[in-house]
Ligand binder design. Structure first.
Ligand SMILES: [Zn+2]
Length: 440
């Protein structure tokens, strides 16, 4: 091809691909607009199981919340708004300001945060669970400010350990050397149960994630008076986005946090879950529309530094003897089809209630652990009193514990969390019930 012809060819190709991508984007935009204005919450889902604020008390089978909706118009209002998804540009340090880091990587985990404490702490049967396992928006903001002031920087859990292969072709996990800005301390944040469970509705939490006209992630829900709310402050996911926007040097390579998902009520407020009793064609059509509606949310989260982990489909207690490999396999396969197929592959597994499989013994590599490993999971996170981690020698896997900023530790473990924040300064004296006591 002659030079001139080549450049004409190049120009035509460019124009064609631009047109195509514009077309694709406008399709996406339409989908997005449809999911905005939240509207068609699934309504009427019976919330079996897990009222436990994740990790809490409730029964773990997580029961089937029928997607018995069908008639709801899947997000209703097809607004067709034009969203211009802004390019996400993380802060980048010059190479000469980065240093090697091989030390301990701290790991904190949260749940959804309490937007309206007057609804969470209203004396009902769920109050204690919310007090134990959640923090309020005010507490969360203070914790974030303190973490930032103390020099913590968010890192991706997938970067902390890597899988390698030895000279015999055997895979093993190894601690990675992180390159972090001088003076900073790496921190993993994970957030469990970001599914916007129906059991939380009316209890002071936001109810789903949506994309705003600006193309950013917002949370949608209701205030105590029943008015619709669209917010980037009252929900942990957009709140972290906002915090990193304000403090770009709180994030290494733009990373935010890991969202640890169950499947039994779908994800991010979208009822993408199947039902053991089967779904009518209408219910299945509704489920499919929820899957389509959540996809742009997942894409935007991925583009802006979020990543995903598995928290089992039914929030099942893996330390319970009632699930053998067969029971766990049924649950995990369901997670894969209801959640994994939407969010993509992950090596991260977060044990519900912190319960480790095969007798809750972290030394052990039992049948259930081997099964989970065979699915591709390599990093297995529990809950503990320090950011403990251990690379297993007999199988390519890491086990680790996470600390948990919440009511129980704010009230009773102030000393252990002083390296992150002082519970005395953080504690929500205005709203947390006095009756549960505190040690300071
Ligand atoms: Zn949980």
């Amino acid at each position: 091809m002659k030079r001139g012809a080549f450049f004409r060819f190049l120009a035509v190709t460019l124009i064609l691909s631009l047109t195509l991508s514009l077309l694709l984007t406008s399709c996406k935009k339409y989908g997005r607009g449809a999911s905005l204005n939240g509207g068609g919450q699934t309504a009427g889902g019976t919330t079996a199981g897990d009222t436990s604020a994740g990790g809490g008390t409730g029964d773990e089978t997580g029961g089937e919340t029928g997607g018995e909706t069908g008639d709801e118009s899947a997000g209703g209002e097809s607004g067709g708004q034009t969203n211009s998804s802004p390019e996400y540009q993380p802060y980048v340090w010059p190479e000469d300001q980065l240093v090697n880091y091989n030390g301990l990587v701290e790991h904190l985990f949260f749940h959804q945060i309490i937007a309206y404490p007057e609804l969470a702490f209203d004396g009902d049967a769920q109050e204690k669970g919310f007090d134990d396992w959640m923090v309020t928006v005010s507490e969360f903001n203070k914790i974030m400010e303190s973490l930032y002031e103390k020099g913590y920087i968010l890192v991706d859990m997938n970067d902390v350990w890597v899988e390698k292969t030895d000279e015999n072709g055997v895979a093993y996990m190894a601690k990675n050397t992180l390159r972090i800005p001088q003076g900073k301390k790496p921190l993993i944040i994970s957030i469990d149960d970001t599914c916007y469970y129906q059991s939380y509705m009316g209890n002071g939490f936001m109810e789903k994630l949506v994309l705003g006209d600006d193309g950013e992630i917002w949370a949608w829900g209701h205030d105590p008076q029943g008015n619709e709310v669209l917010t980037q402050e009252l929900d942990i996911i957009p709140a972290i986005d906002t915090f990193v926007k304000k403090h770009p040097d709180f994030s290494l390579n733009g990373v935010k946090a890991c969202l640890s998902l169950t499947g039994y009520e779908g994800i991010f407020g979208y009822r993408t879950n199947t039902d053991s009793h089967g779904l009518t064609p209408e219910q299945e059509a509704y489920r499919q529309s929820e899957i389509e509606a959540v996809k742009p949310i997942v894409e935007q989260l991925k583009k802006t530094g979020w990543y995903f982990g598995c928290h089992t489909w039914g929030h099942i207690r893996l330390d319970s003897s009632r699930y053998g490999v067969t029971g766990v396999a049924a649950d995990m396969q369901r997670w894969q089809s209801d959640v994994g197929d939407i969010v993509g592959p992950t090596k991260l597994l977060f044990y519900p209630h912190g319960g480790r499989p095969d007798g809750d013994d972290w030394h052990k590599t039992g049948e259930v652990f081997k099964y989970l490993h065979s699915l591709g999971y390599r990093i297995f996170a529990s809950v503990g009193t320090q950011s403990f981690s251990y690379i297993k020698k007999d199988i390519s896997a890491v086990i680790c514990d996470r600390l948990h900023p919440d009511g129980t530790t704010l009230r009773h473990l102030r000393e252990q969390y002083l390296q992150f924040y002082d519970a005395k300064d953080v504690f929500d004296y205005e709203w947390r019930p006095e009756k549960y006591g505190m040690d300071f």
